[in-house]
Design a protein around this ligand. Structure first.
Ligand SMILES: *[C@@H]1O[C@H](CO)[C@@H](O)[C@H](O)[C@H]1NC(C)=O
Ligand SMILES: *[C@@H]1O[C@H](CO)[C@@H](O)[C@H](O)[C@H]1NC(C)=O
Ligand SMILES: *[C@@H]1O[C@H](CO)[C@@H](O)[C@H](O)[C@H]1NC(C)=O
Ligand SMILES: *[C@@H]1O[C@H](CO)[C@@H](O)[C@H](O)[C@H]1NC(C)=O
Ligand SMILES: *[C@@H]1O[C@H](CO)[C@@H](O)[C@H](O)[C@H]1NC(C)=O
Ligand SMILES: *[C@@H]1O[C@H](CO)[C@@H](O)[C@H](O)[C@H]1NC(C)=O
Ligand SMILES: *[C@@H]1O[C@H](CO)[C@@H](O)[C@H](O)[C@H]1NC(C)=O
Ligand SMILES: *[C@@H]1O[C@H](CO)[C@@H](O)[C@H](O)[C@H]1NC(C)=O
Ligand SMILES: *[C@@H]1O[C@H](CO)[C@@H](O)[C@H](O)[C@H]1NC(C)=O
Ligand SMILES: *[C@@H]1O[C@H](CO)[C@@H](O)[C@H](O)[C@H]1NC(C)=O
Ligand SMILES: *[C@@H]1O[C@H](CO)[C@@H](O)[C@H](O)[C@H]1NC(C)=O
Length: 870
């Protein structure tokens, strides 16, 4: 979501509601030129037999049965931008004491709040390759959200996946590898939800760049419709959808549909992706909610599977809504069947019960207000009324700082070490360089939504941020380390103070150079970067800084804080550069975590969750689209590279990366031996068959407009979205000149009769047999060095077909091993792990090509291999 549009003005635009294509034929490989998304209706309703959801289903249905039509509409519709305490709030049901649900950013901590923690970014925690850390971070964030009275956490992120390293929001997600992302998202969802808060996995789907993500009027280009990400069915399944399937299987209570179009259909009204794929094939039982103002139609999005509109208004503070009164109207005028609204509400309630939200409710409800840090202020910020206590200053951080520090250290990746690390802390003269070593002179939160690159970089910019409670800078932590030993430490943090840099570097026995590269969400432009990065070079003239220091010091250590891969070609081989570290976006404990690694309190065990290439073209994907390419119509972004992104592209094109996916050094060394593969018997794969039940109708409603009028005694909050009608004349109440013109509905859209189940579906995540374990692999990992260390053992598979990547990651484990000791790495291989998506049968199949398992220490250092026995 975003908080304002500096660079373009959002325009209300009459969207054509339905794809006018004829028959749904998902079996046709999609032509990327002129891509279209086939219609699929009706929208699947909840499945009373979905494993894990029975209790939530029953409670939700019982609750919805008690609701009136207006109350149902209220639960699906946001009250408008800045109308209530959170970035999004639903309408409440005062009659039953059911509160307004509070939805709040972000995937790394609570946005717009005080006394909260700033955790590592998703793309940084991914570098820990540690399931326990993924879960714990999710759980602790969940505790904080619960403590502030938030119901839905707007995260984690697996879209963008990270198709292009320039994508502005990649760092919010985990990794361009779908398996690493899938494991990380599943553990994060479990963690958040075990703490009693609903996770909202986002952005569904193919939201791979910031430029043109939404339709809008651009200062220099006029109106440009939203970009269309055009992808084929196989790539969708084998790459971009994969981690969403893991999130659904882990029980994510909500999924956010994205701003962009997919195959030329707006994501939040894309019936194929929402109805067929997400609620059908993946069996998603929770609620789909829109990204902030990503809903562009009323009836069409309702029938295409949207369950909640956020923040509720058609455009920020328009006071109008595609739902609210319009949803009430579409039910009483019969255009939308009652079961569809019942299902939307039931899904929201089911998510609520699934995570035990009813048991975790904060006694005083939401106890902060996104729009003010004052203790007393307006409850309804935009309207400017409801004065009272709005911020109880509740400190929800607990002892989380300890885990944040540990996780950041565990996510630090050692890329080069000529033996100078770890430092002893007794170096004769330590020098620290770079504005990335020190604090933003405006303070750590001095730039709204972190929209600048001043001082040390510990998170990117945009809505995916939280305010720092404090930010330990590298300089502070290093200085305190050295000074506590009575050493000498000095710094130059102006990257352009060339003579001072040279003078200090000449004296240093060790020089630590901190550099960074930033990116973020498109509504903020930093140094000409409108969200997406314009290039992959280090910012703030960091390469010059590295050169200036290393020219004068033969023991120069470079630490990179970045949102992803940066170009290091100009210096990584230099003899004077004795070590290079990627520290990602570590959050509030940044300095302590890097000091822990530099001084050897933590032996680094992180591995790159993406590839460092020599130049952008090595990544094998087209450049992002920065200028309109199609006039005012949607820029067409054809994902022609298919499943070949990141290391898969380097492998396919035989390009040597600088540091490959999965790579990372330790202060000790490991050796690999003894790969064994055991076949495990599992039944044959059976496609799911049969029919669903009929759509349940939960209660009844009158069709008399008089029953839905504005209550005489309700005080209207300016620009607030309500469910009520302003007139008994339906067209007048709709305030829509096109009222009644959208009555030609897509075929089957209102059909509530039993529907065929989808062969590749059957349970949340997809056909449960995809998770049958078919093989178990073991290997021996030995710490053959002299100090304890962690090794992330990685299992890759070659699926063997001519169109398959050379290898794909399928499993991993982070193992702590004492020196001289060996540990057994054990990894299951599931049916899904060795299957390909077959576009003809619309199912997963194990091809006849020989499959080979590889185990090793990175995507390119795979000493062990074995053919999979048939
Ligand atoms: C809808 O929600 C609003 C805001 O929470 C509340 O004031 C109103 O009473 C609710 N309407 C109904 C019918 O429950
Ligand atoms: C109903 O939706 C239409 C767009 O479909 C919008 O123009 C109109 O303002 C909405 N009406 C209300 C009362 O919000
Ligand atoms: C801080 O950030 C702002 C906005 O990006 C920039 O204009 C300014 O030059 C920066 N200041 C410093 C000292 O880096
Ligand atoms: C790349 O972008 C950064 C950040 O805007 C900028 O400092 C740098 O000069 C750019 N590099 C090139 C080669 O254009
Ligand atoms: C390495 O550092 C030494 C100073 O210790 C300097 O004389 C030399 O020129 C440097 N080499 C490079 C390649 O920068
Ligand atoms: C750097 O140069 C000094 C002085 O020539 C030498 O003693 C030291 O070993 C060198 N350090 C490294 C890391 O090469
Ligand atoms: C440890 O094992 C690795 C990988 O086999 C090998 O390269 C390295 O030389 C070994 N180190 C020692 C100290 O034996
Ligand atoms: C408004 O009137 C309705 C119907 O008379 C009543 O049920 C409700 O409690 C009243 N609400 C308020 C806020 O007074
Ligand atoms: C509905 O009525 C309220 C209260 O009179 C008014 O403020 C609001 O603008 C009206 N809404 C529309 C969409 O006409
Ligand atoms: C019913 O109401 C919806 C929402 O205002 C509107 O879009 C649709 O055209 C209406 N249908 C009929 C048949 O009037
Ligand atoms: C594998 O080979 C068998 C026997 O030739 C054939 O029946 C089967 O269809 C093949 N499977 C696939 C997925 O190609």
């Amino acid at each position: 979501m975003s908080s304002g549009f500096k660079h373009f003005v959002f325009a209300l635009f009459p969207f054509l509601h339905y794809s006018n294509n004829t028959t749904p034929n998902p079996t046709n490989p999609i032509e990327l030129d002129n891509a279209f998304s086939p219609p699929f209706y009706p929208s699947p309703w909840m499945d009373s037999t979905a494993p894990g959801w029975a209790e939530a289903y029953t409670k939700a249905q019982a609750f919805v049965r008690q609701l009136t039509l207006l109350e149902k509409v209220n639960i699906t519709t946001g009250t408008g931008w800045q109308s209530d305490a959170c970035v999004g709030n639903t309408g409440a049901v005062p009659r039953l004491g059911f509160p307004s649900l509070c939805l709040q950013d972000s995937p790394l901590g609570i946005r717009f709040a005080d006394y909260v923690s700033a955790f590592s970014a998703g793309g940084t925690i991914a570098a820990s390759w540690d399931r326990g850390e993924f879960y714990r971070r999710g759980y602790q964030m969940g505790e904080e959200f619960a403590g502030k009275g938030i119901d839905i956490l707007l995260g984690p992120v697996v879209g963008p996946l990270g198709r292009s390293p320039k994508g502005g929001r990649n760092w919010e997600g985990f990794s361009p590898d779908p398996v690493l992302s899938g494991i990380a998202v599943a553990e994060t969802v479990r963690g958040i939800q075990d703490a009693g808060v609903i996770a909202c996995t986002k952005h569904y789907i193919l939201n791979e760049q910031e430029h043109f993500r939404s339709p809008g009027n651009f200062e220099d280009a006029g109106f440009v419709d939203a970009i269309s990400s055009n992808v084929d069915d196989k790539t969708l399944h084998e790459l971009y959808l994969w981690p969403f399937a893991d999130a659904v299987r882990a029980g994510t209570g909500a999924i956010m549909c994205s701003y962009n179009k997919n195959n030329n259909s707006q994501a939040c009204q894309n019936s194929y992706l929402q109805n067929y794929i997400l609620k059908g094939e993946l069996g998603f039982q929770g609620a789909i909610l829109s990204d902030w103002d990503a809903q562009h139609s009323g009836v069409a999005s309702t029938l295409a599977g949207l369950d909640m509109t956020m923040p509720g208004d058609t455009d920020f503070n328009s006071g109008l809504s595609f739902w609210g009164p319009n949803l009430t109207l579409s039910i009483i005028n019969g255009t939308v069947p009652a079961w569809r609204l019942d299902d939307a509400v039931a899904r929201i309630l089911a998510a609520y019960y699934y995570v035990g939200r009813d048991k975790h409710v904060t006694p005083t409800g939401t106890n902060f207000n996104s729009w003010s840090r004052d203790v007393y202020g307006n409850e309804h910020s935009f309207a400017g009324n409801g004065y009272g206590l709005i911020n109880e200053l509740v400190d929800v951080r607990g002892e989380h700082f300890r885990a944040i520090r540990q996780a950041a250290a565990k996510s630090t990746v050692l890329l080069k070490n000529s033996g100078v690390l770890p430092l002893t802390g007794r170096e004769k003269f330590t020098a620290v360089f770079g504005n990335d070593a020190t604090e933003n002179e405006y303070g750590p939160n001095g730039c709204p939504d972190r929209g600048c690159d001043n001082g040390t970089l510990a998170m990117g910019w945009g809505s995916g941020t939280a305010d720092f409670p404090y930010l330990i800078t590298p300089l502070e932590a290093i200085k305190s380390q050295v000074a506590s030993n009575g050493g000498v430490i000095q710094s130059v943090t102006d990257n352009w103070a060339y003579s001072q840099i040279a003078a200090l570097a000449k004296q240093a026995s060790v020089a630590l150079v901190f550099v960074n590269a930033d990116s973020g969400e498109g509504y903020i432009n930093v140094d000409g970067n409108a969200g997406d990065r314009n290039n992959l070079t280090i910012w703030q003239d960091g390469e010059t800084l590295v050169r200036n220091v290393s020219a004068n010091c033969n023991n120069t250590i470079v630490v990179i804080h970045s949102v992803g891969g940066v170009l290091v070609d100009s210096f990584y081989e230099s003899e004077n550069i004795t070590a290079i570290i990627w520290a990602g976006l570590p959050g509030q404990e940044s300095g302590n975590a890097i000091a822990d690694v530099l001084y050897g309190r933590v032996n680094p065990g992180g591995k790159l969750p993406f590839t460092f290439g020599r130049q952008y073209s090595d990544y094998g994907v087209a450049d992002l689209i920065y200028e309109p390419t199609n006039g005012s119509a949607s820029p067409q972004d054809n994902f022609v590279e298919g499943v070949f992104i990141d290391y898969r592209a380097f492998d396919k094109n035989n390009i040597e990366p600088i540091y490959e996916f999965g790579f990372g050094l330790s202060y000790t060394t490991f050796s690999y031996s003894n790969l064994n593969i055991a076949k495990i018997s599992a039944g044959p794969y059976t496609p799911t068959t049969g029919n669903t039940k009929a759509a349940p109708v939960l209660g009844n409603h009158s069709t008399n407009p008089a029953d839905y009028q504005w209550p005489a005694n309700l005080t209207y909050v300016n620009k607030y979205i309500y469910p009520y009608l302003n007139s008994t004349d339906l067209k007048e109440a709709s305030n829509d000149r096109d009222y009644g013109l959208d009555v030609e509905l897509p075929e089957g859209a209102t059909d509530g009769s039993p529907q065929p189940r989808i062969a590749a579906g059957g349970a949340p995540g997809g056909n449960p047999q995809l998770w049958d374990v078919l093989y178990s692999a073991t290997a021996t990992i030995t710490n053959n060095g002299t100090i304890p260390g962690d090794e992330v053992a990685q299992l890759y598979i070659s699926l063997g077909g001519p169109e398959d990547p050379k290898v794909v990651l399928r499993n991993f484990d982070r193992l702590s091993i004492q020196p001289g000791q060996s540990t057994t790495f054990t990894a299951d291989i599931t049916r899904r792990d060795i299957s390909n998506w077959d576009t003809v049968s619309q199912n997963w199949v194990i091809t006849n090509y020989t499959k080979t398992v590889y185990v090793g220490t990175s995507s390119r250092k795979l000493p062990l291999s074995a053919k999979l026995p048939l």
